[in-house]
Design a protein around this ligand. Structure first.
Ligand code: HEM
Length: 512
């Protein structure tokens, strides 16, 4: 006979007593003075204030609330859970020294399992070795090492960049021939960048060459937060996103089964072999690859869009970029027809400090993402003359926009776009720029993405004159998807494109 069945009221009284004792102990627990200050919500509504703030402003809420308190780190209590928010580059050295205790990989494992819809065994595989005390191999970290090696200059970076360049060149050629009226600039860049990136990664049998798979992928990505909900909820709340994921998953599975990896990059082959050799089934590997697509495709296209927008919307920046690129152009006259061929050396372009500065400033100015870290054990963070204790099982949010708009770090113009901010000279501390994250979690795709964006920009500024319909007005940011580092524009930017005046008959060649 159980306590409950023997006497329900006794059972109730004991439960209440235990709860009261627990609550009493919890309330009396002395608060360590090194804990970050717990701050109230910007909207003063008890219990729900922070959640409402996040629903309204999304990641921008972290910037708002941390600017309001102007401390290196603060703590938000959200339904009993602690969420620390930092916009201090000074504390980042400490954060980056403890990647296993302040774990990005924990979230990566969680989201790969949930978003991908992995089996129980596949999910367990994602979490293996993630905890700081674990001595097991960690397939997730091994995979990251494989990706880093593949996309390095000793690996496949040069070949991947060449494939991406060839695909982009064809896309720009079609763009220049476009006669059917204004083009949606963001949609065009998104399509071409995704094609170029996935051609570079998956090779001749790239499953993302199918427009239906691309559409499914974006449905999945845009509904990702709903797909991460438990059990039946994703199918009820986000059926399009779930259907999109399943279509992408099946296409990748089929790609694996039909030997698509044979002519793929080292990156795709490394991920497949590391995950399957760790014991993951081919099905779960295809599901994990579908989620990896978010890192692969989610940020390069919006970044490229904003870089193009900042260049073409400012005549001074455009003229300066064109002048900088002239240094890398060589001319040759084709004998018979007298056609001029101009060759642009993209190796020089990619190293050009002004173009690099424009891209980095775009990443700084447009960042809305966060670096989430799960606190897997009690951790101390120290800065110049401060020390903080972060408690196990809480979450740390590195608020990228908050860091990038920190006037104490970047100066009074922190909230403006300054194209030459990143030229060599007096600089903000290296940790202050979070465009590609940092430390052990520094984005492994950084060099490839920078090269791809530089190639696209070089082709457009050398060949095209572009006018936005109604003028280059700020289109705003669609920050609804909190998983994105750089949100896409809120309003469409429609452009008319034409060959540059005086260069209509020139043939352009691009070499890497
Ligand atoms: C402009 C384009 C891109 C931007 C802005 C970007 C940005 C980022 C950021 C902010 C992080 C988080 C780092 C942290 O929290 O410390 C990250 C991580 C990551 N990125 Fe990128 N990324 C881009 C392109 C790519 C590409 C093309 C790939 C694939 C080749 C890629 C693969 C990854 C991976 C695998 C991680 C997780 C790293 C880890 O496990 O520690 N990213 N990226």
């Amino acid at each position: 006979m159980t306590l409950e069945s023997s006497h329900p009221s006794l059972y109730g009284a004991v439960t209440i007593l235990v709860c009261l004792l627990f609550l009493n102990g919890w309330l009396k627990k002395p608060r360590d003075p090194r804990q970050p200050k717990q701050v109230p919500a910007t909207i003063p509504i008890p219990f729900f204030g922070h959640i409402i703030g996040l629903l309204i402003w999304r990641n921008h809420y972290y910037t708002k609330v941390s600017q309001q308190w102007n401390l290196p780190i603060i703590s938000l209590a959200i339904f009993g859970a602690k969420v620390y928010v930092s916009r201090s580059p000074e504390l980042l050295y400490s954060v980056q020294r403890q990647p296993k205790s302040l774990s990005f990989w924990y979230f990566e494992a969680h989201f790969t399992a949930l978003l991908g819809g992995l089996s129980k065994a596949g999910s367990d595989g994602c979490f293996r070795g993630v905890r700081p005390e674990s001595i097991d191999d960690c397939p997730l970290i091994d995979c990251l090492k494989g990706v880093k090696a593949a996309v390095s200059s000793q690996g496949d970076l040069e070949r991947m960049s060449q494939v991406a360049l060839d695909t982009l060149h064809k896309g720009v050629h079609r763009f220049m021939q476009e006669k059917s009226g204004p083009i949606d600039l963001e949609a065009w860049i998104k399509r071409e960048i995704m094609l170029a990136t996935t051609d570079a990664v998956y090779g001749a049998r790239n499953p993302f060459r199918d427009p239906a798979i691309v559409e499914g992928f974006w449905n999945f990505t845009d509904g990702a937060l709903f797909v991460a909900l438990p059990r039946i909820l994703p199918r009820i709340l986000a059926p399009k996103a779930v259907a999109g994921r399943e279509a992408v998953f099946r296409a990748i599975e089929q790609y694996y089964e039909s030997d698509g990896l044979q002519d793929a990059s080292q990156l795709a082959r490394a991920r497949y072999s590391i995950l399957t050799q760790s014991g993951m089934s081919v099905q779960d590997t295809a599901r994990a690859e579908c989620v990896f697509g978010i890192a692969l495709n989610g940020n390069t296209a919006p970044t490229a869009f904003w870089v193009v927008w900042h260049i073409f919307s400012d005549a001074v920046v455009l003229a300066r970029i064109r002048k900088e690129l002239e240094k890398f152009v060589s001319t040759e006259l084709n004998g018979k027809q007298g056609v001029q061929t101009l060759t642009l050396d993209l190796r020089g372009v990619k190293e050009n400090q002004y173009l690099q500065s424009v891209i980095q400033e775009t990443l700084r100015y447009r960042a809305r993402g966060t670096g989430p870290r799960m606190v897997l054990e009690d951790v101390t963070l120290s800065g110049d003359d401060c020390e903080y204790l972060l408690e196990k099982d809480s979450t740390l949010i590195l608020a990228h926009e908050g860091m990038h708009y920190n006037k104490a770090v970047w100066g009074t113009d922190a909230e403006s776009f300054v194209s030459d901010r990143f030229l060599p000279g007096d600089k903000a501390p290296p940790t202050a720029f979070r465009g590609f994250g940092g430390g052990a979690n520094l984005c492994p795709g950084k060099s490839f993405a920078m090269s791809e964006i530089a190639s696209l920009v070089a082709m457009l500024v050398t060949q095209a004159d572009m006018e936005a319909v109604g003028g280059w007005n700020e289109p705003g940011r669609d920050a609804s998807n909190m998983a994105r580092e750089n949100p896409p524009p809120l309003r469409k930017v429609m452009v008319n494109v034409a060959p540059r005046v005086g260069m209509e008959d020139v043939v352009w060649k691009y070499v890497l």
